[in-house]
Design a protein around this ligand. Structure first.
Ligand code: ATP
Ligand code: MG
Length: 323
């Protein structure tokens, strides 16, 4: 449905007064496919490039190289009706709803806008449907349609964000940390709502999160990103049962998944994430890796493939899988 091929994104960043600028590679040769109806979780620490990748797939920023295909057509070649269809079919939900909800617009108007412009409904029809959409996300339109975003709780705002996204009848929703700002009980409600909507609408999600527990809960497939690159990907069940990259293993240990059958030596992350302006040579994870050997400092690891297209970019993937 939505496919990114060998995507790279460079940003020019200023280093400060008189120090010129440098190139920061936020996304480095990433390929990703999102099939109809599935949930792909994109996980990784802050600064790993998750949002940048999401924004490229949404068409909000342009990649430096690589291509995005929607239903087999190069995104850059979509024009007219096809481009409009893409913008309706691929919707965004952000952590910070201020990016998607106009603070000066009432909730009802925010949900009506895509009905008028993307779906071209009549004003009367749009009004009825916007009320139905609010009901579907668990908000009483009589109470909420006339409110402004600042008069809502975080969870209610995220429900409005979902109603607004659904108004375009999307096929894919790119959700960037949609529940990260919410407290635990509200988080569970919104995740449940997203799962229900997915089942009803056959929606696909690209679910961006730094929280492995959430990925484990909702994802069919998981992609693990580190300093701009995918270091491991596979079916969620495979990735969580058998992390095959030391970075994933360390992440699962910092969000422990109880498994009494596997007594593991400590494999936690060492130190902080390096500057993306100067990624380490060889394997970019080697300075923080408990498995690193001499080769990791010089040679970028090839991608190794295990059962069910479970892939890991690690010289010692077998050892990692062995625990
Ligand atoms: N417009 C920009 N100009 C320069 N650098 C940028 C820009 N946008 C992102 N970056 C840099 O690209 C890298 C990846 O950022 P990105 O926001 O994609 O990370 P992320 O994985 O979403 O992090 P977080 O979990 O904190 O949201 C970071 O080093 C960031 O500083
Ligand atoms: Mg982000």
């Amino acid at each position: 449905m939505l496919e990114g091929t060998q995507l790279t994104k460079d940003f020019r960043v200023r280093l400060g007064l008189f120090r010129g600028s440098a190139t920061l590679r936020a996304v480095d040769d990433v390929s990703i496919t999102i099939d109809a109806g599935e949930t792909v979780a994109l996980v990784g620490e802050s600064g790993s490039g998750k949002s940048t990748l999401g924004r490229i797939l949404l068409g909000l920023i342009l990649q430096t190289s690589g291509a995005v295909h929607y239903r087999g057509t190069d995104f850059a070649r979509l024009q007219g009706d096809a481009a409009r269809q893409f913008r309706a079919d691929v919707q965004a939900v952000f952590q910070d709803t201020s990016a998607s909800l106009n603070p000066r617009r009432r909730v009802g108007e925010s949900v009506i806008a895509p009905l008028l412009f993307n779906r071209r409904l009549s004003a009367a029809h749009a009004r009825i449907e916007s009320a139905q959409l609010l009901e579907r996300v668990g908000l009483d339109p009589k109470i909420f349609a006339s409110r402004f975003p600042h008069q809502l709780s975080g969870g209610q705002r995220q429900r409005v964000g979902l109603a607004r996204a659904l108004a375009s009848q999307p096929r894919v929703i790119v959700a960037d940390e949609p529940v990260s700002a919410l407290d635990v009980s509200v988080r569970a409600q919104i995740l449940k709502l997203m799962q229900d909507l997915q089942a009803q609408e056959k929606l696909a999600y690209l679910f961006i999160t730094h929280d492995l527990g959430i990925a484990r809960l909702i994802a069919n497939r998981v992609m693990v990103m580190y300093l701009g690159a995918i270091v491991e990907e596979g079916n969620a069940a495979d990735v969580f049962a058998r992390p095959s990259h030391p970075y994933t293993l360390a992440l699962t240990l910092s969000a422990p998944i109880p498994d009494p059958t596997r007594a593991r030596p400590p494999r936690h992350l060492i130190g902080d994430i390096p500057s993306p302006l100067a990624p380490p040579p060889g394997c970019r994870f080697h300075p923080r890796c408990a498995f690193a050997q001499a080769i990791c400092k010089t040679d970028a690891p090839p991608v190794r493939e295990f059962e069910n297209a479970h892939r890991s970019a690690c010289h010692f993937a077998e050892q990692v899988r062995g625990g």
